[in-house]
Design a protein around this ligand. Structure first.
Ligand SMILES: [Mg+2]
Length: 185
């Protein structure tokens, strides 16, 4: 079986972080309003301490939704590939609370992808430490590790990366889980 590494945030689930930021700021930002990968960079400096406290008391996965077709396609992939969910969990703004983040991720995966065993979860920071045959992520820097196939799922922060640049890195852009299903199954 080939080893398949699937990222979690913005690949399996969506929008939770942006919803918390909007609730905190009383704004109506859309993902495309983010200046960078880090949506929290939208928060003014003077509100940052309050923001961290606000985030700390919430579970980002209560706010988001699962991407369309993700569950169905991952269930099928799990039968054909040695599948792992590989996800970073350190909260940049306050690393000390990352344990809560880890627990929230674990519980979300247990509940929403019950056919993926906990032994198939990889909680990590540098994903390149893990080798795989196929990688799916929304971040180019997370696709740097070994793999014969690398799929970049469209997200607000990667839209400006050109196809040429991706081709140089052997990365193929995909838009949704149906497309991933067509490629991998
Ligand atoms: Mg991600």
């Amino acid at each position: 079986m080939k080893k398949l590494l699937i990222d979690m945030d913005d690949v399996i689930c969506d929008d939770g972080f942006m919803s918390i930021v909007n609730e905190f700021l009383g704004t109506n930002y859309k993902p495309e309003d983010a200046h960078s990968y880090y949506i929290n960079d939208l928060i003014p400096k003077e509100k940052f301490d309050d923001w961290v406290k606000y985030f700390e008391e919430r579970n980002v996965y209560d706010y988001g939704s699962m991407k369309k077709d993700a569950r169905e396609v991952i269930e099928k992939l799990n039968k054909v590939y040695e599948t792992y969910i590989i996800t970073a969990y350190v909260f940049r703004d306050k690393p000390e609370i990352s344990g809560d983040q880890l627990r929230n991720k674990f519980n979300y995966l247990r509940k929403n992808l019950p056919f993926v065993a906990p032994s198939q979860y990889i909680f990590i920071s540098n994903k390149a430490l893990v080798d795989g045959d196929i990688r799916i992520d929304d971040r180019v820097s997370n696709l740097e590790g070994k793999a014969e196939m690398k799929l970049l799922i469209n997200a607000y922060h990667n839209r400006d990366i050109s196809d040429e640049e991706l081709a140089k890195k052997n990365i193929k852009r995909v838009d949704n889980w149906k497309e991933i299903e067509e490629i991998l199954l």
